[in-house]
Write a protein that binds this ligand. Structure first.
Ligand code: SF4
Ligand code: SF4
Length: 718
């Protein structure tokens, strides 16, 4: 029978039908189907259940082994909001429709097929006759269509991975087995449904439209022949499902378990907490190592991260280091660490069942990297070396880790809650604090930080600078409304001093009661944190907390997002009583404008905006500066903005060292900003201001670079 005949025989297509009659609306309460059709002999069922429980037992056993491998403590802090957001809205995944929609289709298909199977199980084995009437009709229609979606979307995945070979995706053989296997399982299901319909002439067949269409070519064959074919197919399908089930932990599908867990425990990925009171802990022997030397050191959440990764490549796509040709890729970081962790796991002595697990790990996970077309050197090294190999030096080269700007774009993009930056910081901590091996140029910065408490030597006294501006320099016991936190890179640099002067002008214009700590202010500790020098960082944090306690103020204002983040988040970890209200200057300016205290005259220049990573991504502040900017110019948005901003290249301590590999990140960003042909690019961070100014000069662009404070100060009515 030709496809045309089959197609046009369907009543829906030929229009030779009455909808009410075809779908038996009057009798819909009776709709159901025979369960275990054609496999009614009890031995079939008992054997099926035996296989089911064996595969379930093995799956649960491997899950138990993984929990042990992760070293998980289920009592850890849980984030149910992140879990529900991901499970129910799929928001992160849908940000990228090309992959998000297919994933949603497969995800819903999986849920619906699971609900249908469970309903059948309850109906048959518990004798609660629920698989009938409206529920039967709804589940049949949904299973039919979502089964089809799963097939279509699996084919799309295969096409992207194996035919288009998209660079961000890794195409492991077991991924092909997984996606093709899923599609084949659904096709088998449709064949079984089609055979059942063809044999029984099911009165409810039109509710399973796809199954019915698949069954049409079987019409006319002998019933016994069809039954034999159905029987064989049923067993092939049943065994395939259970094998698929048991092999789940060795395929990407394990993210069905690991990803929700990772999202649930995502808040435990803050290694800062581990090193509270570092010096004391060292002396008492409470800790004897800082950071990660090898995968043995990975904490539970970071181990779980490795299994949650689906190698989707979203982190790599947004990484400024990767985009500019540096050796770093957050995706390969996670995948190579996973290889190393499992390598170490298989090297241990195990019981019989664990040996089977190790065999499958070795075959399906560790054996794969060298066969990948677009494999990565670190991945191959992780497999070739033993599990005790050093992360930095043996598996990855130094430049891999020091390329990171800690911009957090990867963390923001990852749909399964992986914190790549925390892994990177831990490796850097070991390199610097334990081994004394930061990048060469950063040595000088760390030495200055240790000696002077500032990240760079300045010939200018902060106290003197502010005194000449007529700003109060606070002494112990003084009281003020706003404490202006200056940070350590603006004083002594004439370009950045202008930002401070603009801020002072605004504060004076609205008559704020404010002051500065002057030379008593030390670096917030952020550069030491990013460069892995935990001891120096803690020394600076302790010093600043003590200094801040000497004066009274209601709000701390800073023009540096790194300082703002340190005071809003980091300092609170070190001192639970540290509850200072912190505002970034863009927020304060916004409040002053909104309250009418700051009136701005509008200009006719086009302005574009560069969102600092630590402001827009870490602190979530991006609307306030925009609300101000639209009053003073014509705002043009760059493609990568707000939470999706692109780093200026200074983060992660890179302001203090230069890798000289690939394109400079600030050039990449400046080119993007220049595409908008703005008169002015607005920055809100002294580091960004420097980097974008340099980038603009290097590409000979015509735009001016101004801090938000400067643009606002210039717009004050005279
Ligand atoms: S780390 Fe996250 S974003 Fe990156 S490949 Fe893995 S799942 Fe995708
Ligand atoms: S933090 Fe930024 S630079 Fe570092 S790995 Fe992630 S995306 Fe790349």
């Amino acid at each position: 029978m030709t496809f045309g005949k089959i197609f046009f025989r369907h009543p829906l297509i030929s229009m030779r039908f009455s909808v009410r009659k075809i779908y038996n609306f009057e009798l819909v309460e009776e709709a159901t189907r025979e369960i275990f059709f054609n496999v009614t002999h009890p031995l079939n069922r008992w054997f099926m259940y035996l296989l089911f429980f064996l595969s379930l037992f093995y799956l649960m056993y491997v899950f138990y082994l993984r929990l042990k491998l992760w070293g998980f403590n289920l009592k850890q802090k849980k984030d149910f909001a992140a879990l529900f957001d991901s499970l129910f809205t799929q928001r992160k995944l849908l940000e990228k429709a090309k992959t998000g929609l297919p994933h949603l289709g497969i995800y819903l298909g999986f849920i619906i097929l699971t609900i249908t199977t469970t309903t059948v199980f309850i109906h048959y084995d518990f004798g609660w006759e629920i698989y009938k009437g409206i529920l039967y009709v709804v589940l049949t229609v949904l299973s039919d269509f979502f089964g089809l979606f799963v097939i279509i979307f699996c084919c799309q995945f295969i096409f992207r991975r194996y035919f288009l070979q998209e660079e961000s995706l890794i195409s492991k053989p077991q991924d092909l087995v997984l996606t093709a296997g899923l599609a084949i399982l659904c096709i088998q299901g449709f064949i079984l449904e089609g055979l059942r319909v063809a044999i029984t002439g099911d009165p409810w067949k039109y509710y399973s439209t796809i199954g019915y269409l698949v069954g049409l070519p079987f019409e006319g064959f002998s019933v016994q022949g069809l039954k034999n074919f159905h029987f064989i197919n049923w067993w092939v399908h049943t065994v395939s499902v259970f094998v698929f089930f048991a092999l789940l932990p060795y395929t990407k599908a394990f993210h069905l378990v690991a990803a929700p867990l990772n999202l649930l425990f995502r808040q435990n990925s803050n290694s800062d907490k581990k090193y509270l009171n570092l010096l004391e802990s060292f002396e008492t022997g409470k800790i004897n190592k800082v950071g990660y030397q090898n995968v043995n050191d990975l904490e539970a959440k970071h181990r779980l991260d490795l299994d949650a990764c689906t190698s989707c490549g979203r982190c790599q796509e947004v990484c400024p280091a990767f985009a500019t040709g540096k050796p770093l890729s957050p995706k390969w970081l996670i995948l190579a660490l996973k290889q190393s962790l499992y390598k170490q796991y298989t090297e241990k002595k195990h019981s019989f069942l664990q040996k089977l697990d190790c065999f499958l790990v070795e075959t399906l996970t560790l054996g794969v990297p060298e066969r990948l077309v677009n494999s990565n050197e670190a991945l191959i090294r992780a497999v070739r070396l033993n599990g005790k190999s050093a992360i930095l030096g043996d598996i990855f080269d130094d430049d891999f880790f020091w390329s990171c700007t800690t911009c957090n774009a990867c963390v923001e993009a990852c749909p399964v809650g992986i914190d790549h930056v925390d892994h990177i910081r831990e490796v850097r901590r070991f390199a610097t604090t334990m081994e004394g091996k930061p990048p060469k140029e950063a040595f000088q910065t760390l030495r200055v930080l240790q000696d002077s408490g500032l990240s760079q030597v300045s010939s200018v006294s902060k106290s003197e600078f502010f005194k000449t501006l007529g700003v109060r320099v606070l002494n112990p016991g003084d009281k003020v409304d706003y404490l202006l936190w200056v940070g350590c890179i603006s004083c002594g640099d004439r370009r950045k001093e202008k930002i401070l002067e603009a801020l002072v002008k605004i504060f004076k214009y609205v008559g704020l009661d404010f002051g500065v700590l002057g030379d008593r202010e030390a670096c917030s500790g952020d550069p030491a944190k990013q460069l892995g020098d935990e001891a120096t960082r803690q020394m600076l944090v302790a010093k600043n907390i003590e200094t801040l306690k000497t004066v009274q103020f209601t709000t701390l204002v800073t023009h540096c997002p790194h300082c703002a983040y340190a005071f809003s988040v980091d300092y609170r970890l070190f001192d639970s009583e540290f509850r200072v209200k912190v505002l970034h200057h863009s927020q304060l300016i916004y409040y002053l404008v909104e309250s009418g205290r700051l009136k701005l005259s509008s200009g006719n220049q086009t302005v574009s905006i560069h969102d600092p990573c630590y402001l827009a991504r870490y602190l979530g502040i991006s609307e306030e500066p925009r609300s101000v900017l639209v009053r003073i110019g014509d705002l043009k948005e760059p493609k990568r903005s707000r939470k999706k901003t692109f780093c200026c290249g200074a983060g992660g301590g890179q302001y203090f060292y230069d890798l000289k590999i690939g394109e400079r990140v600030n050039i990449n960003r400046s080119k993007e900003l220049n595409e908008l042909k703005p008169d002015v690019v607005i920055t809100m961070c002294p580091f960004c201001n420097q980097m974008i100014s340099d980038g603009k000069s290097l590409i000979s662009a015509n735009f001016e670079v101004k801090d938000l404070a400067e643009a606002v100060a210039e717009s004050l009515p005279s």
